[in-house]
Write a protein that binds this ligand. Structure first.
Ligand code: ADP
Length: 401
């Protein structure tokens, strides 16, 4: 069975074509800067006896043209992947916001599309382009099943005491203002991997998943179900991130508006695009920040201290919420690659039973690996995330049913 996973952003399309018999990636690629003069177009193909890398700059005016380009690549006889698009049994779409409507993958119908549309106010940057991706895919793949996999779905198991904000009821009841959480496919993927690695029944497990990419979020997962997560109504909440502030005093936007005359739009940009590592250290890329810190840059050093301290705070909070912890799981760009950040996060947590083994932590392994010391009560794992595979697996499971 072949499944195509599509992740459509406002000016980009990323895709992966899978052979689900062995979860093999047949082709993957991306088109960025759609609608600009020069779009960046790249893909790689790896099928039996055939490898190809392709990178080009060309003009792609909209998502429809982008997807047409992708179809041309995957059906090109020279690429030896598909004879025609009908060989793709299903398309798994990443959709950012499913609100309270979806706690799992769903077959896309007109009704599902209208719900995704209705949720645009909660994800104004993402749901419109996700919807566009669905409509373009329906046009080009009329016989494939179209499936939506929501970033928010994994967190729908949170109890109301976790997802409600202490603000007047009508804001939840009429406007659905509550915490939804994001990065659900990643937290779900690494949780499932961790559950396979723990020698315990799922119902008795307590796991904290730490996704540290450009965006950063953490989840408390008890008995295999998310009971709390650090992102909220939007991805701005929680940890310090590449360019997002994470949790700040909610009165800061009033201060920025009244004292500094900033507009809502300017405050939004400041907190989402100019803050986090970038706001403190001048770069949103953790590699740059670590390099600057190593040559004595005080701002970079402060940024790292702040970044690590916030992760520690959530670890403490989630242990208290779960009254247990079997495993701490690091994932995504920083979580998977930065032994320095993992070491700093886990240092001086021995009171909580968390201790890592420095030499295991330093090992550069691209697959699941355990980095805790023998004395540690809690297992500490590095588990590479795979959001696209998670979307493909959920799509397969749904259409299988
Ligand atoms: P995205 O959220 O865009 O998918 P990624 O999961 O790719 O992001 O993570 C990007 C982050 O990972 C960047 O801050 C980058 O600096 C960081 N990163 C990647 N490799 C390393 C490394 N070896 N050491 C430290 N940080 C790294």
């Amino acid at each position: 069975m072949k499944i195509l996973v599509i992740n459509t952003g406002s000016s980009s399309i990323k895709y992966v074509l899978y052979e689900m018999a062995n979860n093999n990636v047949l082709a993957n690629g991306s088109i960025e800067r759609i609608g600009e003069n020069r779009s960046n177009y790249k893909y790689s193909i790896s099928s039996k006896d055939f490898e190809k890398e392709f990178k080009k700059s060309l003009t792609i005016k909209d998502h429809k043209e982008g997807l047409r380009n992708i179809i041309e690549v995957i059906t090109d006889p020279g690429n030896n992947l598909l004879k025609d698009p009908n060989e793709i049994e299903a398309i798994g779409h990443r959709v950012v916001h499913g609100g309270e409507f979806y706690s799992g993958a769903v077959l896309i119908t007109e009704n599902v599309k209208s719900v995704i549309k209705r949720l645009i106010p909660l994800a104004p940057l993402h749901n419109p382009s996700n919807l566009e991706g669905i409509e373009v895919a329906e046009h080009f793949f009329p016989s494939a099943k179209q499936v939506a996999v929501f970033d928010t779905a994994f967190h729908q198991t949170m109890p109301s005491k976790s997802y409600r904000y202490p603000i007047p009821n009508y804001l939840y009841e009429n406007e659905q203002v509550r915490a939804y959480g994001m990065h659900g496919s990643s937290h779900s993927f690494v949780t499932k991997e961790a559950l396979k690695l723990l020698d315990k029944e799922e119902k008795d497990t307590a796991i904290i998943t730490i996704h540290l990419g450009n965006g950063c979020s953490m989840s408390a997962v008890k008995g295999g179900k998310c009971i709390d997560t650090s992102m909220g109504l939007s991805p701005l909440a929680g940890l310090m991130m590449g360019t997002r502030s994470g949790d700040i005093d909610p009165s800061i936007p009033f201060f920025l508006g009244t004292k500094m005359g900033m507009s809502f739009q300017e405050i939004d940009t400041l907190l989402n695009k100019e803050s986090g590592l970038k706001g403190i250290a001048g770069s949103n890329d953790m590699r740059d920040v670590l390099e600057k810190r190593d040559i004595g840059d005080k701002k970079a050093s402060l940024a790292i201290d702040m970044y690590v301290q916030r992760i520690k705070k959530y670890i403490g909070a989630y242990i208290a919420e779960m009254n247990a912890l079997d495993a701490l799981v690091f994932t995504a760009g920083i979580g998977e690659n930065s032994s320095v950040i993992r070491e700093l996060v886990c240092s001086e947590l021995n009171f909580l039973g968390i201790e890592i083994d420095s030499s295991l932590n330093e090992m550069k392994i691209k697959s699941n690996h355990k980095i805790n010391s023998n004395e540690s009560k809690v297992q500490v794992w590095v588990i590479p995330t795979n959001e696209e595979l998670e979307i493909a697996l959920q799509t397969k499971k749904l259409i299988g049913n």
